[in-house]
Design a protein around this ligand. Sequence first.
Ligand code: ACO
Length: 319
Amino acid sequence: MIWSRIAGTGSYLPERLVTNAELARTMDTSDEWIHSRTGIRQRYIAAESESSSDLALRACQAALLAADTPASEVDLIIFATSTPDQIFPSSACLLQAKLGIKGGAAFDIQAVCSGFVYALSIADKFIRSGQSRCALVVGAEVFSRILDWNDRATAVLFGDGAGAVVLRAEPNPGILGSVLRADGSQAKILSVPGTVCGGQVKGTAFVQMDGQGVFKFAVRVLDEVARETLLQCGLGVTDVDWFIPHQANVRILDATAKRLGIPAERVVVTVDRHANTSAASVPLALDCAVRDGRIKRGQRVMLAAVGGGFTWGAAVLEY
Ligand code: ACO
C-alpha cells in the first residue's frame, strides 16, 4: 500500500514586521482592541517587489532542504493561494520555473483559508493513486494587497507569508485521512467581490467580511469536520498529539479546541505573531511547531481550516 508522508516542512515570512502599535499610528485602532478581540500582536507585510510565488519559493526551498530532497525529484506542485501573482499562468507554474524544474503537474487551488488543507488532501490522492511520487504542497499569500487599509475592521486581521511541505510516497503512513467541505450559499460573509473586465477592476477588490457571521460559522464547521475526519481515521480526540487549526483569530481557536475537548497546550498558536495569513497559516504553524521541536516524528497531528466560499476541511496525519 502506498501512503503519502510529510518528508519536510518549510516556511517564510517577509522581512517587514508591523506591530499593532504601528497600525494605530495610521488608523483609529489600538493594540488593546486588536489583541483582546483577536489575539494578534503583529503581522509581516511583503515588500512591493515580492509576490506569492517569491514567498512560496523560500518556503519550498526550506521544505526541500528539510526533506533532503532535490527539487528535480518534485513531480507535482499544488499551490494554495487567493492572491496569485497574476491571472495566469498559475502561481504554481511560476514557482516551478523559479525552482528550475519542469515536466511535473503544477496548478493552483483557490479555497481561501482552507486552501492548504484542500491542496494537501488532493496531493495525498495523487500519491496514493501512484500518479505522483514527490509533491510540493504550498500555501502562500500577499493578503495585504487585497486589504482596504482604511477599513480597520478587516485590515488589522491579516498578514503575508508562506508555508510548504514535501509529501513523498512511502510504505508507511502518512496522511491517515482528510475531509473537504464547501457551502457556496455562504459566499457573502467573506469575499473579495471584484474581477477584471476590459482592463478595469469591476466590483470591489478588497476583503469584505461579516465578522460575527464568520466567527459563528467557523467554530461550528471546524468542530464538525475535525470530528468527521477523526471518525474516518478510526481515531478519537485523545489520539491526536497536536491540533493545528487555521490561524484566524485566537478566540476562534480557543472556542474550537474547547468544543472538541482538546487542551490548550496541544493546540499550535501562531496568530499572535503572524496574524491571519489565509492559505499560508496552517503550513506556517506546522513548520513552526516542527522546527521548535514540539511536533516529533511518529506523533499524530490534526490540521483543520475554514475560509471564504465557504470552504472547510481537516486532515489527520502521522508526522
Ligand atoms: N479597532 C478599533 N475598533 C474597531 C476595530 C479596530 N480594528 N474594528 C472594528 N472596531 C469597532 C467597530 O467599528 C465597532 O464600533 P461601534 O460599536 O462603535 O460600531 C466595534 O469595534 C465592534 O465591532 P464588531 O465588528 O461588532 O466587533 P466584534 O466584537 O464582532 O469583533 C472581529 C470583530 C474581531 C472581527 C470578530 O467579529 C471576529 O473575530 N470575527 C471573526 C472574523 C475573522 O477571524 N476573520 C478572519 C478571516 S475569516 C477566516 O479566516 C476564516
